[in-house]
Design a protein around this ligand. Structure first.
Ligand code: NAD
Ligand code: UD1
Length: 339
């Protein structure tokens, strides 16, 4: 029988790519999303790519009645939990909103799962829970020390899920700590659609390339890195989506909770990313060196070997593919899903 997966936040950037990967792997997908940072058009595009209908509920995970309705209509094999707010800067300005949406929202979700005896959850955590690492690459066993309310909300949720899985015999969870997801589906149908001025590097580069922004600010060229600019572990969003399918495949063999780093295990600098974009896509990116951005860490990348050993997952798409697919999506959808 086809296994049904509830995807919270499934209309978002990573959620929509994961819906494609799940459907292609033979799962049935149900999405709940309040569309606070996404558009229903993303799911129409997922349907276009996969040729499958997606059952969608416009609902809020902090609203227990919304969740009750979803769980009463379906029997889920597992939940993949993406829904939440993700801006580090906003979380500093509006911490209560972040704890309400992310932490309380997850409590409501776990309660709804408990009531319906749905006991498996894959959770979207972030490398931001590690804070500044003492050494590289980062292993799952490294101490956690998040530096923002957003990062702390992720760590609190991890701990709540852990406590829940210790208490409930049937419950199990896989917690994925993503490094820096970028790129888009190669079809150019779905991709990242930031509201307003992008905070993150890849969407900003794309908007400079398309002429929507004049130049890219490089935040600091005096870090102790290969070329002085910040270094990150960029991972193609389709590789990331595939990690979720592997997690769902594995979850009934997990005893309580397992944590995995999801990255490529390779660091690239801001200048590396710009150069790869320019060479692959044949477009020059105008840049301007600016002071360091508050809260930025010089460099970090993952050791993803645990995910390879235990999930049988490995990222296969390189930096060239990431910048190619990001630009393809941007060219096809200059105004995101708005058009
Ligand atoms: P996104 O904003 O595109 O997707 C999140 C989705 O959740 C959106 O569709 C939004 O409308 C929905 N949502 C938010 N609050 C909700 C609520 N209360 N009820 C129902 N739906 C709600 O973000 P994304 O980049 O796809 O990230 C997905 C998850 O992965 C998030 O939890 C994020 O914190 C985490 N994550 C993202 C990154 C990244 O770089 N994008 C890195 C690490 C972790
Ligand atoms: C940020 C978040 C992280 C989140 C991730 C993806 C912080 C401290 N961390 O990571 O929690 O998971 O986004 O949403 O905010 N850069 C520029 N110019 C720009 C934008 C970025 O030079 O216009 C540089 C940054 O200084 C950094 C690198 O590019 O060195 C990557 O930045 P970004 O894409 O914002 O990701 P992170 O800061 O790593």
């Amino acid at each position: 029988m086809t296994k049904k997966i509830l995807v919270t936040g499934g209309a978002g950037y990573i959620g929509s790519h994961t819906c494609v990967a799940l459907i292609e792997a033979g799962f049935e997908v149900v999405v709940v999303d309040n569309l606070v940072n996404s558009s229903i058009e993303s799911l129409r595009r997922v349907e276009k790519i996969t040729g499958q209908f997606i059952r969608f509920y416009r609902g809020d995970i902090t609203n227990k009645a919304d969740l009750k309705r979803v769980f009463e209509d379906h029997n889920f094999y597992a939940v993949i939990h993406f829904a939440g707010l993700k801006s580090v800067a906003d979380s500093v300005e509006f911490p209560l909103r972040y704890y309400q949406q992310n932490v309380f929202g997850t409590l409501c979700l776990l309660e709804a799962m408990q009531q319906q005896a749905c006991s498996k959850i894959v959770f979207s955590s972030s490398a931001t829970v590690y804070g500044e690492p003492a050494s590289l690459p980062i292993l799952e066993t490294f101490p956690t020390n998040p530096q923002s309310p957003y990062g702390r909300s992720k760590l609190f949720i991890e701990q709540i899920i852990d406590d829940y899985c210790q208490a409930e015999k049937q419950a199990s969870s896989i917690i994925l700590r993503y490094f820096n997801p970028v790129g888009a589906h190669p079809s150019g149908e779905i991709g990242e659609d930031p509201l307003g001025i992008p905070n993150n590097l890849m969407p900003y580069i794309c908007q400079v390339a398309s002429g929507q922004r004049e130049f890219l600010s490089i935040y600091g060229d005096d870090y102790a890195t290969t070329d002085g600019t910040g270094v990150r572990d960029y991972i193609h969003v389709v590789d990331l989506a595939e990690a979720h399918v592997k997690a769902v495949d594995k979850i009934n063999q997990v005893d309580q909770v397992q944590w995995f780093n999801i990255g490529r295990g390779q660091g690239y600098s801001v200048k590396d990313l710009i150069q790869a974009f320019e060479q692959t896509n044949g477009i020059r990116i105008k840049t301007s060196i600016q002071p360091r951005r508050d809260g930025d860490i010089a460099e970090y990348w993952a050791d993803p070997s645990l995910a390879r050993q235990e999930l049988g997952w490995k990222a296969t798409r390189d930096l060239k593919q990431m910048v190619k697919d990001a630009w393809h999506w941007q060219q096809k959808n200059p105004k995101g899903y708005e058009e």
